[in-house]
Design a protein around this ligand. Sequence first.
Ligand SMILES: [Zn+2]
Length: 461
Amino acid sequence: MTAGHDLLITGACAVWTGLRGAEARLAGGQDIRIRAGRIAATGHLSPEPGERVLDARGGVVMPGWVNTHHHLFQSLLKGIPEGLDLDLMGWLSAVPVRWRRGFDQEHTLRLAARVGLVELLLSGCTTVSDHQYHLWPGMPWDPSAAVFDEAERLGVRMVLARGGQTVSRMVDTTPSPQVQPETLDQLLTGLARDVQRFHDPAPDAMRRVVCAPTTPTWSVLPDELDVIAREARALGVQLHSHLSETVDYVRYCREVHACTPLEFVERHGWVGPDVWYAHMVHLSPAEVQRCAETGTGIAHCPQSNGRLGSGVAPLVAALAAGVPVSLAVDGAASNEAADMLSEAHACWLIHRALHGAGALPVADVIHVGTAGGARVLGLDAVGTLRPGQAADLVIYDLDEPAHFGLHDPAVAPVVSGRGRARAVLVGGRVVVEDGAIPGLDLAELRAQAAAEVAALKTRLA
Ligand SMILES: [Zn+2]
């Protein structure tokens, strides 16, 4: 990893800011000056003495993507045949719940996290929120420390959403020690310990901790939701979970709680500008409005929702209503392309397919995937490319045949879903250089992943 305090990025074809409308792209000069990890200036700039110049000629620059919902451990559970054609409930039983028990040693989680983070980093993603629910009572190793350490080694900004459950999920039919629930006290103690060790409230924090029981409906008791929200807020951390992913999810809440999932969580204090939910596929117009009124955020996961046949979240309506909306890849076991560029491409296409070609401009997709994500995560100094902001950005090369013949290079990464990250910076540090992660042997990582998949199969046989 190269630490670069004084940098000048020059000659890009186009620079996206992460903002919407007229401010979406830099006008009047495409150079970017970086000082002490922050963007110092943009415009027509000449190199200064002692400044390292990063050549962006032929490339497109934009803020690094902010992925607001992931399950990094699933990066070794891609394309499992038994779950490939199942919807959410069947897939949960066949894939993550069944295979979780194979993650009985730190090495496996670390390797999975590394694979997922490398994929994201090379796609231009600079901030990742990992919903880590692989926790069990008496766990002999420390998964939070492992995930933070893997992120730090790669230079990625990490928001660890500490998951977990106090009741067994109904899909878990053959429990093993690795899928046993925690008690409420264990869950809260574990959260407080993680907050104390890792949480940084700074607007450009490299490490954040979030309170995130796996689902509010099935993973904890309703009364516990109130306690958990109160404790998390007292610790100064945000709340996150899965909500309204499928028709079954909504039906369950209606039958058991006589309300919608959003009404259910609101009863227990789980809405507000410090709360965001993954999916939110099945929201009524009134619920979209309620999210806007309360500032409750959404992690939109179009590829995972497509893969599992769950539906399409009302992103366009939510964006228009002022809901904090963001983009996320979800786990790689339900999205074998767990990179932010293909996610943005899918997002761009699917809402136009539903609502017409004018429904979602490229600039809005970039805004949702960058500034939108930073807003949802409360990282106010991240997600936009403006003077004073953290220097988290990606330079895309447009050197694939898909990019030959372009009239406006700026739109290329999102409209084609392709783009090689020539360089990626996080807080001004060059973490991808010449299309590669310095010090990382991709062939070796591939071999390690293949060996671990074989070992997982043996352990579960
Ligand atoms: Zn998820």
